[in-house]
Design a protein. Structure first.
Length: 469
């Protein structure tokens, strides 16, 4: 028996590869399926089943492409209604895989079709569960994503999730291994652990949602408390996973169109495309195409694209480091952004060499902010999440979280210089690029963010543990 967790940090997403006696099952695959096909080839095996735990909201699954490439059927749990051919399994139905058995446990609550897959070894002993977004490590799936489609409130779904956990998952042995679909950093939960694998016994001890003495009313209140609005691209990803999408090969062919600076400029003017610059923030600060948006590949790229660009049909023109064009297109497609129409050949240097106009961002070390604050009051805007800000922040700073930056545009000074920072310098440059694209240019980025600020004598509030907020 071979179980491999294929974890993608950018999306905090876990796909699973299970092999026994030359037969393979893949659970919740990412959109680019080449890694799975390569593993199957190395094992001299064949994909027998593609299991989906639910219709994912935060990424586009590779189930359709993988089924097309391998001939393996797609399996969903009860109540799933995809627009394509699939096996809609019954609760308790079993699938054989070599010497193993995979049992369907219908666990609605996150969504109504949400299903956990129980893996039994050759002796019939319960070995592991692949819990999708039903059970995370330290948390459970948010119950508000399917409420419109299911005509239910989030409280209704939370109550159903309570029953699913206590009737289907908690009765299993403590030694059972939990393999969730997501870890810390995903917007599908509130308080996930950084670990990606655990035992069910340990989760029963430390996961707030699995307390043995917890009433349904307490569960509903705690699970729904503090839920932030989901990113706007979530329902669009659900639609693609449910109804289908273009093959990744077609997306790559269209997106990898190399454009000269003149062609790039012409395309931008003709299509109203977003110019997305995915280089490192230090390069973007030094020079970038006016009104371009920075979201660097070497950060939480795909989720930030989804949260800030939102419309998966938005045409995109890319500025990348040389050689990373295909990587950017693939990572955009993971969250459903398939409308990349080309990239700037020769990267930003070609734009400069062509004598085209470009812009910069004023960025200073934290020491300069310290000097400015000592001399006079200077507006400071912290674009970290609210919990980060409440945990510890610069005294008198304003919190304008990047996720909702467009809601705060009227709060930024019109003429007076102001400072922007995040935790380490990535998000603040994203925020700066958005503000500049909206005509707000009197900003100064604090390089190194709050981490650098704490090494100065700039006054900060007393630290509060984020888990208590």
């Amino acid at each position: 028996m071979k179980i491999e967790q294929i974890y993608t940090g950018c999306l905090a997403q876990g796909a699973y590869y299970i092999e026994s006696k030359g037969e393979v099952a893949i659970i919740d695959p990412l959109r680019e399926v080449e890694p799975y096909l390569n593993r199957v080839k190395e094992d001299n095996a064949k994909v027998k089943y593609i299991f989906e735990t639910h219709f994912h909201a935060d990424f586009v699954s590779g189930h359709l492409t993988l089924s097309k490439e391998t001939g393996a059927p797609i399996v969903y749990g009860p109540m799933a209604n995809p627009s394509y051919e699939a096996i809609i399994a019954e609760d308790g139905q079993e699938f054989s895989l070599g010497e193993l058995t995979i049992k369907v446990l219908h666990t609605p609550g996150h969504t109504m079709e949400s299903t956990t897959y129980l893996l039994r070894d050759k002796d019939g002993k319960d070995h592991a569960i692949f819990s999708g977004d039903t059970l995370f490590l330290g948390d459970v799936g948010r119950p508000d994503l399917a409420q419109k489609a299911a005509d239910m409130t989030q409280e209704d779904l939370a109550g159903i999730l309570y029953d699913s956990l206590r009737e289907k998952i908690m009765p299993l042995n403590d030694e059972v291994i939990v393999y969730p679909a997501h870890g810390a950093g995903s917007a599908c939960g509130k308080n996930m652990m950084k670990e990606t694998v655990d035992t069910l016994g340990n989760q029963k001890k430390m996961n707030y949602a699995l307390r043995a003495d917890m009433s349904k009313e307490e569960f509903i209140k705690e699970v729904t408390d503090g839920l932030l609005p989901p990113p706007k691209y979530f329902p669009l990803n659900v639609k693609m996973n449910k109804e289908g999408y273009a093959d990744i090969g077609e997306i790559l062919k269209k997106g990898t169109t190399a454009l000269s600076p003149e062609q790039f400029e012409e395309a931008a003017n003709a299509t109203n495309a977003v110019i997305l610059d995915v280089r490192h923030q230090s390069d973007f600060v030094k020079g970038h195409i006016p009104r371009s948006i920075f979201i660097g590949l070497d950060g939480g790229f795909a989720p930030w694209v989804g949260a800030l660009i939102a419309d998966v049909k938005q045409p995109i023109l890319l500025v990348t480091e040389k050689g990373r064009e295909e990587e950017a297109i693939i990572r955009l497609s993971r969250v459903g952004f398939d409308a990349t129409i080309g990239y700037l050949e020769g990267s930003f240097q070609a734009w400069k060499d062509a004598g085209k106009e470009y812009d910069t961002i004023s960025s200073v070390p934290a020491k300069e902010l310290e000097t400015a604050l000592a001399e006079k009051e200077a507006p400071v805007f912290d674009v970290r999440k609210e919990t980060e800000f409440l945990s510890e922040h610069v005294v008198d700073a304003h919190n304008t979280p990047l996720d909702y930056i467009n809601k705060y545009l009227t709060e930024f000074p019109k003429e007076e210089p102001f400072y922007v920072h995040c935790a380490g310098g990535y998000r603040s440059v994203i925020a700066a690029s958005i503000l500049k694209s909206r005509g707000i240019h009197n900003l100064i980025d604090v390089a190194g963010g709050f981490g650098a600020i704490k090494k100065t004598d700039i006054p900060v509030t007393d630290y509060v543990c984020p888990t208590t907020l």
